[in-house]
Design a binder for this molecule. Structure first.
Ligand code: 13P
Length: 252
């Protein structure tokens, strides 16, 4: 059984000064909804300046904290970037990699995503590796081809490891209010799992595949009822801790 993982991606939102009240409200709401660490994992992907504080507060409540991206090198002259060494030094054990916004605005490629994922794993940081097609690609019936191309270098770079998480985030569903239907999401997840199975059946059993794209408390149950959906990567709806707590609680 794969334990559900619900991740909130704050993107470039909220403020450092709001982190304590966010964690407090999330904790209270989850208690009221009878959430326990045994039922699902909670992960908060916060902006870099919040990482230390967020980790300190969140870890006391059994939540994990992730960076939103990392550089593939451990150190060097890369102004503005953060390395996986820095995450480890802060006690941060997770990072998102290859979010579609990083691919779109910061030219991350399938190859650089693979390098970043490998760097994370080599330092004991779990990457949540994001893949997903654009609307034009879906309309041109290229979804499987795109997913296969995005995943291939990652699977090669991470061969021998199963300590990572994948996130299927169709670009057309991100921030648009257009969620993939339960069936569309399941179909894509099953395809992604078949790519893992081609590597090894054990890998396919172990690796969690999260769905992302306009997830809310009103649609999480249907998504989580699908056999190949193991959790969610939530953007906008994670900014309100009360709504995010409902998403976590309804994911069981
Ligand atoms: P929304 O939930 O706002 O659509 O964002 C999804 C996302 O990009 C999470 O990483």
């Amino acid at each position: 059984m794969r334990k559900p993982l619900i991740a909130g991606n704050w993107k470039m939102n909220l403020l450092y000064s709001k982190v304590p009240s966010y964690v407090e409200v999330l904790t209270k709401e989850l208690q009221a909804l009878h959430w326990t660490q045994a039922t699902s994992g909670v992960l908060l992907a916060v902006p870099s300046p919040f990482l230390g504080l967020a980790r300190e507060l969140a870890s006391k409540q059994g939540f994990s904290v992730a960076a939103q991206t990392i550089h593939e090198k451990s150190e060097g002259a890369f102004t503005g970037e953060i390395s996986v060494n820095m995450l480890k030094d802060l006690g941060v054990d997770w990072t998102l990699v290859g979010h579609s916004e990083r691919r779109q605005y910061y030219n991350e490629t399938n190859e650089s995503v693979a390098l970043k994922s490998k760097a994370a794993l080599e330092h004991g940081v779990t990457p949540v590796i994001c893949i997903g097609e654009t609307r034009a690609e879906r309309e041109a019936n290229q979804t499987h081809e795109v997913l296969r191309k995005q995943l291939a270098p990652v699977l090669t770079a991470l061969k021998g490891s199963d300590a990572y998480v994948l996130a299927y985030e169709p670009v057309w569903a991100i921030g648009t209010g257009l969620t993939a239907s339960d069936e569309q999401a399941q179909e894509a997840h099953a395809f992604i799992r078949s790519l893992l199975r081609a590597e090894s059946p054990a890998l396919a059993e172990k690796v969690r595949i999260l769905y992302g794209g306009s997830v809310k408390s009103s649609n999480i149950k249907g998504l989580m009822a699908q056999p190949d959906i193991d959790g969610a990567l939530v953007g906008g709806a994670s900014l309100d801790p009360t709504e995010f707590a409902k998403i976590v609680a309804f994911s069981r």
